[in-house]
Design a protein around this ligand. Structure first.
Ligand code: ZN
Length: 64
């Protein structure tokens, strides 16, 4: 049963350190899934970003 315990520990460690397999931690780790859906204030396009922005990448380029 030792192997089983090690696997369990590795899994818990992975969650704490956010270094585990992404397929396991993507759902459990809020930092990895911080992408939010934003509707661009300029063109109204829905896009996903993890940045604090109200404009899509296209409009950000336009505004620059
Ligand atoms: Zn836009």
């Amino acid at each position: 049963m030792k192997k089983c315990d090690e696997a369990m520990e590795a899994q818990i460690e992975g969650q704490i350190n956010s270094r585990g397999c992404t397929c396991m931690t993507a759902v459990l780790d809020p930092q990895k899934s911080s992408l939010k859906t934003v509707i661009c204030r300029d063109c109204g396009k829905k896009f996903k970003t993890n940045m604090d922005t109200e404009y899509c990448s296209d409009c950000m380029k336009k505004h620059k």
